[in-house]
Design a protein around this ligand. Structure first.
Ligand code: DC
Length: 202
């Protein structure tokens, strides 16, 4: 039986960690939809047209290691305002969401636009400062030379662009359970997410 779990929220709020843990718990497939926009954004860095890049996107494009850089994140946020780019990625996401056996999709507009009828919806958030600190530690841990100030500015800039765009802006769906991870550890956040989903599974 298809069962879709939509997990939205801003950058570095813990969506990815929670999504993976939830998918493992329920035995569902997981799609990080940010990777689709990152793959398109990465292609535009060498001058490729974003709409052409979105229309030609292949599974292999998601496998590259270099999609997790701040530069690619910014490029992803920029291509994500283009309605033709978003439209090109809709069918793939919806087909993934309805696969037999259940699916977890995380992103910005899953509960509002991609899967408005998802059986369970979460909106995972945290303060910009907490999110920037987590992202800073993650990037520094990978050996990237970034400052805390740069990471905070990057997070805030993306938040504003993702929230204020005309098409599919980042917003909690009316029926989403909001989880603020600012003062939660990973285990607590995952437990809250699983409890909220279990409540919808009935
Ligand atoms: O989740 P992420 O940081 O990997 O996402 C990168 C960018 O992609 C994000 O700033 C906005 C865009 N995005 C989007 O517009 N819609 C989604 N469902 C997922 C990501």
């Amino acid at each position: 039986m298809p069962f879709t779990i939509a997990i939205d929220g801003p950058a570095a709020a813990g969506k990815g960690t929670i999504s993976k843990a939830v998918a493992a718990h329920f035995g569902f497939a997981h799609l990080d939809t940010g990777l689709l926009y990152r793959a398109v954004g990465a292609k535009t860095l060498d001058g490729t047209d974003p709409i052409a890049a979105a229309l030609a996107l292949m599974a292999d494009d998601l496998e590259t290691d270099n999609l997790r850089t701040p530069e690619v994140a910014q490029a992803a946020s920029k291509v994500a305002v283009i309605s033709e780019v978003r439209a090109a990625l809709v069918d793939f996401q919806r087909a993934f969401a309805r696969r037999a056996g259940g699916a977890v999709l995380d992103g910005r507009d899953i509960g509002t636009v991609i899967c408005p009828d998802a059986e369970a919806k979460l909106f995972v958030t945290a303060s910009a400062e907490v999110r920037a600190e987590r992202r800073y530690l993650e990037l520094a841990g990978k050996g990237m030379s970034v400052s805390r100030e740069e990471v905070l500015a990057d997070v805030k800039e993306r938040d504003t662009r993702d929230r204020e765009r005309a098409e599919a802006p980042m917003v909690a769906a009316k029926d989403a359970v909001v989880i603020d991870t600012s003062s939660l550890g990973i285990d607590e956040a995952v437990a809250e997410a699983i409890a909220a989903i279990e409540a919808r599974r009935g």
